[in-house]
Design a protein around this ligand. Structure first.
Ligand code: S3P
Length: 450
């Protein structure tokens, strides 16, 4: 089922080289944070390059429901008039975050230390995902949460009227949990301390500092220690959102496996907490280079040039790299099917609780396409079949998961026979222009019935 409407089956087939330049949309993680921090500052925050995918549009709608003014000026250009830290109003209706775990978890954090009550829900995928990982630390601030069994949505969160600061060691490597605690800490008096054993994406820390919060980060024996001073007056900002490396992953990986390809994807955010896929691909022997490295909006950025890479070899991806490429394992599994040898991916248990169980979804779809895949609770291994070696000719289930959908369309561009996905609808959550962008590079997609 599509997130919004009937399922949209789609087929990708081999159709010659992918060539040319492409501009992928803005970063999803940074877009959510820009809207939420804009809503928590007093005055006008201007955003350019905002991702206008459904996930982010749902967060924009939620910020309006909590009292901020959010206006769309033009493509990617938005302005938020915020209500300030502690200024959230009580929403008049249920907050529907659609497919977005980041949206719901960050918003729960942002409202948990204000005296308001809000009920959250989402689509079937989001309603199956665990929220206890966020509501447990929010309870330490004094918030209460009432949801379905297993901490599932729909869920009502009652914000703490008199919040206390918290010291919290994040038990799973999750930027969403870290960020929820930091956003809650904004309206608690005194210092909130968040400790992560493994570094995850740090956009919240960077952006909080940009908005004028007092935040310091230390590396200690316990891990990465983030200390935030509560109740700051956040100053509105002008934010240029860099292009999303997690979206760039699809044209880059497709170019590596489609014979004759040469693709330039420009202006990609390469924050080291996000760029693990590209390091891994280069280790596998991909013809991938960073051109014109620069800094934009406080984030490192470069143009990525990817060419067909017939000599890629399977590797063991270091488990410690997982947080910096957590959303890219599905498309890496596709690339691995076209490399020589085995690609082992340990330390990826978090993939089991994403928009779908991504280990199960990739293993099932790749097997249906003729690959051999082994899996355990926290690992997956793909036995490579070499360039052009994947038979394809299957229909893959996407389980309301945009990245599973795009990964199997990439597989179909290089496999011997076409690959069909049961529903391309969820792609709009993160990469609404995926289909025309890939077709512009030379991809051949057909929608069922078209
Ligand atoms: C995100 C964090 C990651 C990632 C998600 C976006 C974020 O989730 O998978 O797509 O913006 O903070 P976890 O925090 O659950 O690892």
């Amino acid at each position: 089922m599509s997130a919004h409407g009937d399922p949209i089956p789609m087929t990708a087939r081999r159709a010659g080289a992918l060539t040319g330049a492409a501009e992928v949309p803005g970063d999803k993680s940074i877009s959510h944070r820009a809207l939420i921090l804009g809503a928590l500052s007093v005055g006008e925050t201007r955003i350019t390059g905002l991702l206008e995918g459904q996930d982010v549009l749902d967060t924009a709608r939620a910020m309006r429901a909590f009292g901020a003014e959010v206006a769309h000026l033009g493509p990617g250009e938005w302005v938020v008039n915020g209500v300030g830290v502690g200024g959230f109003a009580e929403p008049a209706d249920v907050i529907d975050c659609g497919n977005s775990g980041t949206g719901v978890r960050l918003i729960m954090g942002a409202m948990a230390t204000s005296p308001v009550t809000a009920t959250f829900t989402g689509d079937a995928s989001l309603r199956a995902r665990p929220m206890g990982r966020v509501t447990d630390p929010l309870a330490l601030f004094g918030a209460a949460a009432y949801g379905r069994a297993g901490g599932r949505l729909p869920m009502t969160v009652v914000g703490a009227a008199e919040p206390v600061p918290v010291r919290y060691v994040v038990p799973v490597p999750s930027a969403q949990v870290k960020s929820a605690v930091l956003l809650a800490g904004l309206n608690a008096p005194g210092e909130t301390v968040v400790i992560e054993r493994e570094a995850t994406r740090d956009h919240t820390e960077r952006m909080l500092t940009g908005f004028g919060a007092s935040l310091r980060v230390e590396q200690t024996g316990e891990g990465r220690v983030i200390v935030l001073t509560g109740q700051p007056e956040l100053r509105p900002q002008t934010i240029a959102v860099p292009r999303d490396p997690s979206s760039a992953a699809f044209p880059v990986c497709a170019a590596l496996i489609v014979e004759g390809s040469d693709v330039l994807v420009s202006g990609i955010g390469l924050n080291p907490t996000r760029a693990g896929l590209f390091t891994t691909l280069i280790e596998m022997g991909a013809d991938l280079s960073y051109e014109n490295p620069r800094e934009e909006g406080g984030e490192p950025v470069a143009d990525l040039r990817a060419r067909f890479s017939p000599d890629m070899k399977g590797i063991e991806v270091p488990a410690g790299r997982a947080p910096s490429m957590i959303d890219e394992y599905p498309v890496l599994a596709v690339v691995a099917a076209f490399a020589e040898g085995v690609t082992r991916m340990p330390g990826i248990q978090e993939l089991r609780v994403k928009e779908s169980d991504r280990i199960a979804a990739m293993a099932a779809g790749l097997r249906a396409c003729g690959a051999t895949v082994e899996e355990g609770e926290d690992w997956m291994a793909v036995i490579g079949m070499g360039p052009g070696g994947l038979p394809g000719g299957a229909t893959c289930a996407t389980h309301l998961d945009h990245r599973i959908a795009m990964s199997f369309l990439c597989a179909g561009m290089a496999a011997q026979r076409p690959v069909t996905i049961d529903d391309a609808g969820p792609i709009a959550t993160s990469f609404p222009v995926f289909e025309p962008l890939m077709e512009g590079l030379g991809a051949a997609f057909t929608r069922a019935g078209a």
